[in-house]
Design a binder for this molecule. Sequence first.
Ligand code: FES
Length: 110
Amino acid sequence: MSDANNAEWHRVAKTSEVTDDEPKAVQVGAEYIALFKVDGTFYATDDVCTHEFASLSEGFVEGDVIECPLHAGQFHIPTGKALSPPVEEDLRTFPVKVEGDDIYVQVPKG
Ligand code: FES
């Protein structure tokens, strides 16, 4: 499946594998992506914190905010926006769609 904007949809997880409290890390090619569920909607962002190397999917979810497990920097899950120090750089976000029980993430090629 491909798209006009040179990105492809990848099936990455089952909907049952991601809950409001438990994000899930997936890998698509060279990209490490965190899947989140907030109020019934799925989101995908970079899994690696923009501050140092930490996996955000191992952090703490508070509503629509993810707190990094290493230095407690916070990001807004739906937009990837950096919310509190020490993080300054936003996360990238990726389009998500659900078909049946499957979660798909759209990742730019190469
Ligand atoms: S590595 Fe995430 S806040 Fe420092």
